[in-house]
Write a protein that binds this ligand. Structure first.
Ligand SMILES: [Zn+2]
Length: 185
């Protein structure tokens, strides 16, 4: 069976206080019974630690999604990432992005620019066509992508079935708009 991920990423390169915010969100998810408090080997690679599905995870899913929670899968935990990371859909990623100012296609240059972004040499991108400068997350790809030092990876969870109210509460607790990135291997 192929693996997939549903990833919630705030649209900001350097999240202020990423580590402490990660702990706040983790506590909230544990209290709601969405995830287990302790870490176990249910992450995205053999032996990688993650929080397993909690006793009330179905409550934050629409009914169709509750039935699809990945209890039978080995990789079924939530990984909370607090290192700078690039989140793009793997399979079928077109790499097309537009400048929000001049509307020109700038996907290729933007992806090349990630080589400087990744080691934190910069947070911003400058449009080669019109000079518009913003956080790299301000240049939207045609498919949702995220670039941040904070990310929440739900391994094999049917994320498109998260209740809207749950996503809204997540956004409120992060204090930033989010990208919902769907990755398929
Ligand atoms: Zn532009």
């Amino acid at each position: 069976m192929s693996d997939q991920q549903f990833i919630i990423v705030p649209k900001i390169s350097s999240y202020p206080g990423a580590q402490s915010r990660a702990r706040v969100i983790q506590r909230w998810l544990v209290e709601r019974g969405v995830i287990e408090p302790q870490l176990s080997a249910c992450g995205s690679a053999p032996g990688r630690l993650a929080h397993a599905i909690g006793p009330r995870a179905a409550d934050v899913m629409q009914p169709a999604g509750a039935d699809a929670l990945p209890y039978q899968q080995v990789r079924n935990g939530l990984e909370i990432i607090t290192d700078r990371c690039i989140y793009t859909p793997m399979r079928g990623f077109e790499g097309r992005a537009r400048c929000p100012e001049c509307r020109k296609q700038i996907g290729e240059v933007l992806l090349e620019h990630l080589e400087e972004w990744m080691p934190a040499e910069t947070e911003n991108f400058i449009c080669p066509e019109c000079g518009h400068e913003d956080d790299i997350n301000g240049f939207p790809f045609s498919q949702p992508c995220g670039f941040s030092d904070l990310g929440f990876i739900f391994n094999n969870w049917p994320g498109r079935y998260f209740r809207q109210s749950f996503i809204e509460e997540f956004v409120e607790r992060l204090g930033y708009p989010v990208a919902l990135v769907e990755v398929e291997y």
